[in-house]
Design a binder for this molecule. Structure first.
Ligand code: HEC
Length: 143
């Protein structure tokens, strides 16, 4: 356990590490507490995001939505795989655009199998400038 923690810390610090490995480390640091280590979700707390985000990953509008979730968080009712959530996810605007890009790459690629292309840094900057409230991000999601 301790060795794993040291290894993860070294990975996070090394600039040579690929964006995907970096995304994996950042996911464990910032997301796994609620969404669990493999994105499987926590019943009653946070939805499954592994294998459930394909429809967002596959379009520009969907990717813009995912970028907005990471930057501003989201709140309000959503249904994922038939389970209703009405929680609040914190925003991660304190992270830099490259870190958010690596996280999105991990969610879209490793957790949802879409390795077509990374989310543009420009799209993340646009989300940052847009600055929505968590409820507005929920509305952006649609149904
Ligand atoms: C404090 C718990 C918590 C943390 C930490 C958290 N989330 Fe969430 N996340 C949620 C909740 C709760 C929702 C659903 C919000 C709602 O009900 O409106 C959510 C929603 C999402 C969604 C939208 C799912 C959909 O179907 O539209 C994505 C994507 C997501 N989270 C990714 C992440 C990533 C990536 C991280 C780490 C950077 C993260 N979350 C950190 C609790 C969390």
């Amino acid at each position: 356990m301790r060795h794993a923690a040291i290894f993860l810390a070294l990975l996070a610090l090394s600039p040579a590490v690929s964006a995907e490995a970096r995304g994996a480390v950042l996911f464990q640091q910032h997301c796994a507490a609620c969404h669990q280590a493999k994105g499987e979700g926590t019943p009653g707390l946070a939805p499954r995001i592994a294998g459930t985000q394909g429809k967002h990953a596959g379009s520009e509008a969907g990717r813009a939505y995912l970028a907005q979730v990471l930057v501003d968080g989201m709140a309000g009712p959503i249904v994922v795989e038939g389970e209703r959530f009405n929680g609040a996810m914190p925003g991660f605007s304190a992270l830099g655009n490259e870190d958010i890009q690596a996280l999105l790459g991990y969610v879209i690629g490793a957790l949802n199998g879409d390795t077509s292309s990374p989310v543009d840094l420009a799209a993340i900057e646009t989300a940052r400038k847009r600055k929505l409230s968590p409820n507005e991000v929920r509305r952006l999601r649609g149904s």
